[in-house]
Design a protein around this ligand. Structure first.
Ligand SMILES: *Cc1c(COP(=O)(O)O)cnc(C)c1O
Length: 219
């Protein structure tokens, strides 16, 4: 696979779903990938990337953004409140707003800094103990809480359980988003992004299908 293959598959899935061309944003997930692979994708013209750790992103991206100032970086992994300030500086978008304490911290920083990244609320659609995210039953209340805090919530994000049919989770996420008047849907990874697009994904997070297998565990 390559960036070009993935871009072509996304375009095809958009058409198949009756969606307009370019309506799905490809986040190239570069976590733990060697710099040469990231550099190659940048040189092919891609600018939107995803990282799951603040620390790793802070160590790696300043060099690239010097060379490619229009890079658009998304945080797709858990955010500790003590790293939130750093996340404001690094990322255009945070996909992992997953608890009231974090929402309050982000709201305070937004006040202080006069800006805020776009936000997605992570929903634990599979209700897995080990996974971050708001439970589906609590999602409506949490969306309302974030709106009360004036946070720029653009949509919802999920990571389906590894051993379940992802479409069920994508459909559930789409339903929760719709009843809350949210347009953004961050869902779909290397193995299932076409299904996600069929169910309304606006942002797909694709790593290994673009860059190859990760060399170190990055989950
Ligand atoms: C690593 C990761 C991805 C990308 O996974 P691939 O299977 O390599 O496409 C997507 N989303 C999140 C939250 C991740 O941590």
């Amino acid at each position: 696979m390559s960036l070009q293959d993935i871009t072509a598959r996304i375009a095809k899935a958009e058409t198949a779903a009756g969606r307009s061309a370019g309506s799905v944003k490809l986040i190239a997930v570069s976590k733990v990938q060697p710099d040469e692979r990231v550099q190659a994708v940048l040189e092919q013209g891609h600018r939107c990337f995803g990282e799951n750790r603040v620390q790793e992103a802070a160590g790696k991206w300043p060099r690239f953004t010097e060379q490619f100032p229009d890079v658009d970086l998304h945080l797709i992994g858990p955010l500790q409140t003590n790293k939130a300030r750093q996340a404001f500086d690094l990322f255009s978008t945070i996909h992992s707003v997953d608890r009231p304490k974090l929402a309050k911290t982000l709201a305070r920083l937004a006040q202080e800094m006069g800006k805020c990244p776009d936000l997605f609320i992570q929903v634990n659609t599979g209700e897995e103990d080990q996974k971050a995210g708001i439970l589906p039953a609590d999602a409506d209340a949490f969306v309302a809480e974030c709106r009360d805090l004036d946070l720029p919530v653009q949509g919802l994000m999920c990571i389906p359980p590894i051993d379940e049919e992802p479409s069920l989770h994508f459909a559930l996420l789409a339903k929760i988003a719709e009843r809350n008047g949210l347009n953004g849907l961050s869902m779909g990874m290397s193995g299932d992004f076409e299904q996600a697009i069929a169910l309304g994904a606006t942002h797909v997070r694709v790593g290994s299908a673009i860059f190859g297998e990760r060399v170190k565990p990055g989950e």
